[in-house]
Design a protein around this ligand. Structure first.
Ligand code: SF4
Ligand code: SF4
Length: 335
């Protein structure tokens, strides 16, 4: 496994880190197998969140025993000092740790949240206090809207930034990447496969790591996935012309109106699993898996048929996707 320095935190992180969302779906013992496999293969950066149900607990149970060999990052969507302080305490308790290496403001979405988190009585105050008290070693920010992340980095307080960046969402990332480099901010890349839109893991991760980023954190919930991802970090090599061309073709095909599976639109009051519908629709339209996708879709407990077009999901989607119209199209193809 290769390692890079995470900006001015000075932490030495594996170029392939561990995204903590998918372990929510598996049992504690299965998670332990996956996490231990990652450790065996040299992965030392683990990212989770208060919002990822039992992910913190599952990671803490394994990583606590290897505390000096791992770098643990978590995050919360609390924007007030009070909420942030309470969540830092909860994270420490849940993971049974004395300190957390990196605590991040999770998914900063709009100007109001920015003003609240960075203003008087905001989350940043509690983060700084926790840092002074030694409960949190470093402070970072995560989000999907690059303009707010740029503003956050300009404050000079954030030591890391985490955002989606991949072969199909590369356009416009230069400003943020350049600013991160200029300010010594460590770059953590999430959603390396564009929410499942890219299937070729190796070239997708290597594309990202050709840029000035410290670590890329694909989610993993099976030992085989860990092997596949870690192998990329162990054998980093430039993309071949064919691989680059294939990623470019994929990007052109997807355009910008596609679901990144961030799930911020959930929950839908009708119970529609929006991201899964779009994933199956992607398999239908992009991968020529029509029968397979139809069968899976028709086996869903709640299909897009149940959408009553209330629009709640669209207000929450950071990519402003026309979800209702997209669901209607998917329904026609898959139903
Ligand atoms: S518009 Fe449809 S999918 Fe979106 S929240 Fe409303 S019912 Fe759910
Ligand atoms: S529809 Fe939007 S909010 Fe929902 S998962 Fe996809 S990208 Fe995320």
């Amino acid at each position: 496994m290769q390692y890079r320095i995470l900006g001015r935190t000075g932490l030495r992180v594996s170029v392939v880190g561990f995204g903590g969302i998918p372990i929510m779906r598996i049992s504690e013992s299965e998670s332990a197998v996956v996490i231990n496999r990652a450790l065996e293969l040299g992965i030392n950066f683990f990212d989770t969140a208060r919002a990822y149900t039992d992910s913190e607990a599952k990671l803490g149970a394994v990583l606590g025993k290897r505390r000096d060999q791992v770098i643990i990052a978590t995050k919360t969507m609390s924007r007030t000092a009070e909420g942030m302080a309470a969540d830092i305490k909860k994270s420490l308790e849940t993971m049974a740790l004395d300190y957390i290496d990196l605590y991040q403001l999770h998914n900063l979405k709009d100007r109001d949240e920015f003003i609240q988190a960075f203003g008087p009585g905001g989350a940043l105050e509690a983060l700084k206090q926790a840092q002074k008290a030694g409960l949190v070693r470093h402070i970072g920010i995560t989000g999907h809207i690059r303009s707010f992340l740029v503003e956050a980095l300009k404050t000079g307080v954030m030591e890391t930034v985490q955002f989606p960046f991949n072969a199909v969402e590369a356009a416009g990332a230069d400003e943020l990447l350049d600013l991160a480099a200029a300010t010594g901010t460590g770059v953590i890349v999430m959603k390396p496969l564009a929410g499942g839109s890219i299937r070729d893991t190796g070239p997708a991760l290597r594309f990202i790591l050709e840029h000035p980023v410290s670590t890329v954190i694909p989610g993993m919930d099976a030992p085989g996935q860990v092997d596949q991802n870690a192998a990329v970090g162990a054998d980093l090599r430039p993309l071949t012309d064919t691989e680059r061309k294939s990623l470019e073709e994929m990007a052109a095909k997807l355009g910008t109106t596609f679901c990144r599976r961030c799930e911020y639109c959930q929950p839908c009051p009708q119970g529609v699993d929006i991201a899964s519908v779009f994933l199956l629709d992607g398999y239908f339209t992009r991968y020529e898996l029509q029968d397979w996708a139809r069968e899976r879709y028709q086996g869903m407990k709640v299909t897009a048929q149940e959408c009553v077009e209330c629009g709640e999901c669209e207000e929450k989607c950071p990519y402003n996707l026309p979800i209702r119209a997209m669901l209607a199209e998917a329904k026609t193809r898959l139903g």
